[in-house]
Design a binder for this molecule. Structure first.
Ligand SMILES: [Zn+2]
Length: 262
């Protein structure tokens, strides 16, 4: 990761080989989401793409980093331990520098309601950012979890940042067959099989599952490139809903781009 000028935004650059830098640059934007099933993949008009951007974007959101060039030698961001903590440690080691430009925020003018059956993301105008997330995996160890977090204290931030990605054992084979999670293992994902957690070392937090959903949501919403001033309530969220909510907000902010959208 390298510094970028003020107002450049977050720019991913596929850097392998002698690729043309212009054609291999992909801006973090809700308009550039090309897949959002098991993670968030961004792509550009030249066919370059980068997958699994969400945990790194969440780390950028938490660290209030608005501008960065992120060079990626491969099709996806490394999963590391499945959380955002290693990225935050990297930022701390490298150090951050304030830039001269004013930091912007996304103000919610009109509520955004993205609803898909019993799943929903509801974003309402509010003075400050707040996040409420509910999940329901009643048939296994994960169960029902609910979390309200304001991100104003360091302890909350650390809990979210260190929450690892999770999946169900039966999904692992299906994902492998689909060519995904090739780097996946018990080292970088919590794997749940019915009432059992297959990771011997156990959970980092009793709410680690819902905390990870909050992390994913923070990351996907940071596709907007600025923090949200509003109250976010997510019920059984996933990358698909998160990215739809980010796109709806983006279109509120940039109404002139509506016509170009398909
Ligand atoms: Zn995740």
């Amino acid at each position: 990761m390298n510094p970028a000028p003020a107002d450049a935004g977050i720019l991913f650059v596929r850097s392998e080989g002698d690729s043309d830098r212009f054609r291999s640059t992909i801006a973090a934007s809700p308009e550039n989401v090309v897949r959002s099933d098991h993670g968030t993949t961004l792509g550009n008009a030249f066919g370059a793409s980068v997958a699994t951007v969400e945990h790194l974007l969440a780390a950028l959101a938490i660290s209030q980093i608005d501008n960065a060039f992120i060079e990626v030698a491969g099709p996806e961001i490394p999963i590391l331990d499945g959380s955002a903590a290693p990225f935050l440690e990297g930022f701390e080691t490298a150090g951050l520098r304030p830039q001269s430009s004013q930091r912007s925020s996304v103000e919610i003018v009109e509520p955004v309601h993205i609803v898909d059956g019993e799943r929903a993301i509801l974003i309402e105008p509010a003075e400050h950012f707040s996040l409420k997330v509910e999940i329901d995996f009643e048939d296994c160890l994960i169960g029902r979890q609910s979390l309200s977090i304001a991100l104003s204290d360091a302890e909350d931030i650390a809990r979210i940042a260190s929450a690892r990605t999770f999946c169900r054992l039966y999904e692992v084979d299906a994902l492998r067959r689909a060519g995904l999670i090739r780097g996946g293992s018990l080292e970088n994902s919590l794997v749940v099989d019915g009432p059992r957690l297959l990771n011997g070392a156990g959970l980092r937090d009793s709410h680690e599952f819902v905390l990870h959903k909050a992390l994913d949501l923070l990351g996907d919403l940071y596709l907007l490139g600025a923090p949200i001033r509003g109250a976010v309530h997510a019920i059984k969220p996933g990358h698909d809903l998160n990215c739809r909510a980010a796109l709806a907000l983006y279109r509120q902010l940039h109404p002139s781009r509506q016509a170009a959208a398909v």
